[in-house]
Design a protein around this ligand. Structure first.
Ligand SMILES: *Cc1c(COP(=O)(O)O)cnc(C)c1O
Length: 372
């Protein structure tokens, strides 16, 4: 027989994928249903309803797109931005940079608001860009996983976009489920997330939600949507009342999301947000004893992803290698301008627990002692 699949028992404390809830893994082993089976359609409906609760929205078009978080990025760009449109993109990390790249690829005129990695976007800079010339959309990242920054002032930025007739689109890949997110109350027209960060589900779906304003903009398009697979009107026909075959829903991933959202809503959104904050406080207290400091100031620090400044004389790669080899722990390295300068520790969803923090702190204590 071919050799069976064997993987090391890793503690996933990086920027994603995060640890899955055991209930979710069990749900994924459930026998398949056909994707148009009435029993599966009911599971799709419950999943959409749970997503509305998690996103805090009444948006009819709320559903998981097929593909990882990046499918959501691509979907908002190809559906809501047309060639020649002027688009304002906030870039304070890698994921904002990717949004700008994707918008350029479809022929948009992209204006980036660039700030150093580790800082937040200034709403006044967006307002000024909107005043200069009409824009079709403002796109920013709520939780910049590449740096650990939580973007404040979202309602203010949304209001500014609306005042100037632009759509407001938001990357919520890492924020959904882990920190307050109010799609309707904040005035977000289009948002997407990912299953592998705070939802305790493997990578594979991109939960997304779109307002009536966004849907009206989609209907008013003058050019065809350049992606067949991510065409929201066709995906809506499948997940909506028509049930028209577009693609085959990734059945086991929908089971997983159904279960992950059930766990999140049973715990309660507020309780989950509080748990992410509490576990990060526990981490920060332990890091401080080791003489380690966070990159991002408290006011704009993401609760579920902590960037830690690597002390002088400590080699980034060899510590992360030893964490794998000796302690079966994964953490992330820095990206872009932060490469080699920070470690990124994710305490997300099911992984956000004090026992995981203790395991990591113990391992870091051991490894840092040996470098001195
Ligand atoms: C992880 C992440 C993505 C991309 O998601 P994938 O699942 O890796 O495709 C996009 N935006 C942010 C903010 C992320 O953290």
């Amino acid at each position: 027989m071919a050799s069976p699949l064997i993987v090391p028992p890793r503690l996933l404390l990086g920027p994603g994928p995060s640890l899955c809830a055991p209930e979710v893994l069990r749900a994924m082993a459930t026998p398949l249903l056909g994707h148009l089976d009435p029993a599966f359609l009911r599971i799709m409906d419950v999943t959409k309803e749970r997503l509305r609760s998690a996103f805090r929205t009444k948006n009819r078009l709320t559903l998981p797109l097929p593909g990882t978080g990046s499918a959501g990025t691509e979907a908002i760009i190809v559906n809501f931005i047309e060639p020649g449109d002027r688009v304002i993109v906030g870039v304070n990390g890698v994921f904002g940079g990717r949004l700008a790249d994707q918008a350029r690829r479809i022929g948009a005129r992209v204006e980036t608001i660039d700030v150093p990695f580790g800082e937040a976007i200034d709403p006044d800079a967006i307002e000024a860009a909107l005043k200069r010339e009409r824009a079709a959309a403002v796109v920013i990242v709520h939780a910049e996983t590449s740096t650990g920054v939580l973007q404040p002032n979202i309602p203010e930025i949304a209001a500014s976009a609306h005042r100037h007739g632009a759509l407001f689109l938001l990357d919520c890949v890492t924020s959904l489920g882990g920190t307050p997110l109010e799609i309707d109350a904040w005035g977000v027209d289009g948002a997407y997330s990912g299953t592998q960060k705070c939802l305790s589900v493997p990578p594979g779906l991109s939960p997304a939600t779109f307002s009536e304003t966004a849907m009206a903009k989609l209907k008013a398009r003058t050019t065809p949507i350049p992606s067949w697979y991510l065409d929201l009107s066709m995906i809506d026909a499948y997940w909506g009342s028509e049930r028209a075959y577009h693609h085959t829903a990734p059945i086991s991933m929908v089971y997983a999301l159904h279960e992950g959202l059930g766990l999140l809503l049973d715990e309660g959104l507020e309780a989950s947000f509080a748990r992410h904050r509490r576990v990060q406080d526990f981490l920060l207290a332990g890091l401080s004893e080791l003489g380690l400091k966070p990159l991002v100031p408290a006011a704009i620090r993401l609760p579920m992803l902590t960037s830690i400044l690597i002390p002088d004389g400590v080699d980034d790669a060899s510590i992360r290698k030893a964490l794998y080899e000796r302690f079966n722990i994964e953490i992330g390295g820095g990206l872009g301008t932060l490469k080699g300068k920070v470690w990124r520790v994710g305490l997300m969803g099911h992984g956000a627990r004090e026992e995981n923090v203790l395991t990591l702190l113990g391992a870091l204590r051991e490894l840092l002692r040996n470098t001195k």
